[in-house]
Design a protein around this ligand. Structure first.
Ligand code: ZN
Ligand code: MN
Length: 175
């Protein structure tokens, strides 16, 4: 089964992966872009996985389902989705690019030790856009925020329990 993951919107209503896929496919149709099996399966993979995969990961995971799939097709499909604003690109310091379905806006916390990228849905930073517009005179179209730190697994691994301990790992960004 593809559609088994449910998420919740701000009002607590269940947002089903199937609905997100339908909406995203409609966006393709609105732009007169053909819905090929490859495009549909790659999009579905991104909607149902929150692992912020690289091109290679997506290719490896889907190659068994789509024997004719090539790395170039995955790459070009992702580029198309990024251009449409359906998918975003992320960096985590490992020199690769990671991809994320962005049907529901959220923020990312990136582990500076292992590169893990975790979703954060809570903080509402739309006021940042209003403030930036006010201070710069720009017509603001959007924003992106990344928070850096040490994930719970790496905290255990490196025996770090408080922010002050980060100094010895030279992971703090303050002067
Ligand atoms: Zn980590
Ligand atoms: Mn994400």
């Amino acid at each position: 089964m593809w559609f088994n993951k449910g998420e919740y919107d701000k009002r607590g209503n269940r947002v089903v992966a199937e609905d997100m896929l339908t909406q995203a496919l409609q966006q393709l149709k609105d732009h007169k872009i053909r819905v090929t099996p490859q495009r549909q399966i790659i999009l579905n993979y991104l909607i149902t996985h929150h692992n912020h995969p690289s091109v290679e990961t997506i290719y490896q995971e889907l190659a068994t389902q789509l024997p004719n799939l090539s790395l170039a097709t995955v790459y070009n499909t992702l580029k198309l989705f990024v251009d449409l604003g359906i998918v975003i690109e992320l960096q985590n310091g490992d020199a690769g690019t990671h991809y994320d379905f962005f049907g529901r806006p959220h923020y990312h916390v990136v582990c500076e030790n292992c590169g893990k990228i975790t979703d954060v849905f809570e903080p509402d930073l739309r006021s940042v856009e209003a403030k930036a517009a006010e201070l710069s005179g720009y017509l603001v179209t959007g924003h992106n925020m990344e928070v850096y730190g040490l994930c719970p697994d790496c905290q255990k691994l490196l025996n770090v329990t408080k922010t002050a301990d980060l100094k010895r790992l030279k992971l703090t960004h303050s002067e």
